[in-house]
Design a binder for this molecule. Structure first.
Ligand SMILES: Cc1cc2nc3c(=O)[nH]c(=O)nc-3n(C[C@H](O)[C@H](O)[C@H](O)COP(=O)(O)OP(=O)(O)OC[C@H]3O[C@@H](n4cnc5c(N)ncnc54)[C@H](O)[C@@H]3O)c2cc1C
Length: 376
């Protein structure tokens, strides 16, 4: 065994990966009295969580088995953001000006069904007719394409990377240790348990290991004797400043979205590319798709100033469902991955339920559909 490095103890929960999931777990585990060591191979939250549009959209029927986690997250968000900003001093860019899903002849029935579902679940949802829609968002294409829209006044957005850093800092204030530039190579196991993790700095003993390595989580499948079939799905985005007409809240439609930020820019996203591998790069084809999206939604925005382009790798799974819970063959290894396009929304609920499960040693029944054992 390589030298044990400072910061590891057999009692400790070692989290592998410092994206939003790892950081939220560090926060929620320390809240329950756990000793936590968070290991991140780069800087905190520089992968999917940094690239994220950070839309905290209201839950809807499309979440399927995830609806309960989505509702739990949505209800927790505003208070948690305030708590983290106060505890960490990090501004998250929280902007709560609602979201409108624009309706066309093709999707209006589905949106009205979503409206009924949301109202039945106590969410703040209303229908805007075409006139009200254009009064709310004057930059929207006004040629009759949009017949109205579903409006959720409580929806918000934030800078997910900053929120993750805030969670990690708040966790450190409660005693967690965070190590950046500390890649984990292997999980060491013996007698049906993980004993530690082998890192760039040597082996660190661990009482419990949580894999929260986003799209990269699959790299630990062989060590764990269990498939963790995560895969990267690239998303490209751009940002525009000096919008000629205001974008008041998040606008969703035509397969994409516009997100007005606290700094006055508008983020536009996002492509969904399943064959780009682990290449988080912007391409001319991606930018062209985003420009077409702007044209379909708010043509005037094309005359703003292009200030940034970026890409990130969403963690999807082979069956497009979350991977949350205990690894079948090992008593003390947990996985938290597969959040694909909803990790910003789902983080607070996911980490709360998983932290409770890890501390009690019993997987919460609400996590049953996401059991990592289904891939065995
Ligand atoms: C363009 C884009 C837009 C999005 N928009 C939204 C949105 O509006 N709303 C929403 O809800 N969701 C959105 N998402 C999805 C959401 O951002 C992701 O689901 C979420 O960020 C995933 O978080 P994560 O912590 O699982 O993964 P990541 O943020 O990728 O974090 C995983 C971390 O693990 C680290 N790591 C990997 N391997 C190792 C190792 N061997 N050792 C140590 N560390 C390791 C990585 O460096 C990384 O920091 C978007 C995603 C993208 C890319």
């Amino acid at each position: 065994m390589a030298d044990r490095v400072e910061g590891g103890s057999p009692a400790e929960i070692v989290i592998v990966g410092g994206g939003i999931m790892g950081c939220a777990l560090a926060y929620d585990l320390t809240a329950r009295g756990a000793e936590v060591l968070l290991l991140e191979r780069r800087e905190l939250a520089r992968e999917a969580s940094w690239a994220s549009a950070g839309i905290i959209s209201p839950p809807s029927p499309k979440y399927g088995a995830k609806a309960e986690l989505a509702l739990r997250s949505y209800a927790r968000y505003r208070g948690l953001v305030q708590e983290i900003e106060d505890a960490s001093g990090i501004a998250t860019g929280w902007t709560s000006r609602g979201i409108v899903n624009v309706a066309t002849s093709e999707n209006e029935d589905a949106l009205r069904e979503t409206l009924r579902w949301q109202q039945a679940h106590g969410l703040n949802a209303a229908w805007l007719d075409a006139a009200a829609l254009h009064e709310h968002e004057p930059a929207l294409r006004a040629d009759g394409t949009f017949s109205g829209g579903l409006f959720n006044a409580d929806a918000a957005s934030l800078l997910l990377g900053e929120f993750a850093r805030g969670l990690a800092r708040a966790a450190c204030r409660r005693g967690a240790t965070v190590r950046e530039q500390c890649a984990v190579f292997d999980i060491e196991t013996s007698g049906g348990r993980a004993t530690g993790v082998r890192t760039v700095d040597g082996t660190i003993a661990a009482g419990t290991v949580v894999i929260a390595a986003g799209a990269w989580s699959r790299q630990f499948s062989d060590d764990l004797g269990s498939r963790i079939p995560t895969r990267p799905v690239r998303g490209q985005m751009l940002a525009v400043a000096n919008a000629p007409l205001p974008i008041n809240g998040v606008i969703q439609g035509s397969g994409g979205y516009l997100v007005p930020r606290a700094d006055g820019t508008v983020a536009v996203g996002a492509t969904e590319e399943h064959d780009a591998g682990f290449v988080a790069e912007v391409t001319p084809a991606g930018i062209s798709w985003l420009v077409d999206l702007i044209d379909r939604l708010t043509p005037s925005l094309k005359d703003g100033r292009l200030v940034a382009t970026w890409a990130g790798l969403r963690p999807a799974s082979d069956d497009d469902e979350l991977i949350l819970g205990k690894v079948p063959q090992l008593d003390n290894v947990w996985v938290c991955s597969g959040h694909f396009r909803s990790g910003a929304l789902l983080a607070p609920g996911t980490s709360e339920v998983l932290a409770e499960s890890i501390m009690s040693g019993n997987v919460d029944t609400s996590l049953a559909p996401f059991d990592p054992g289904r891939f065995a």
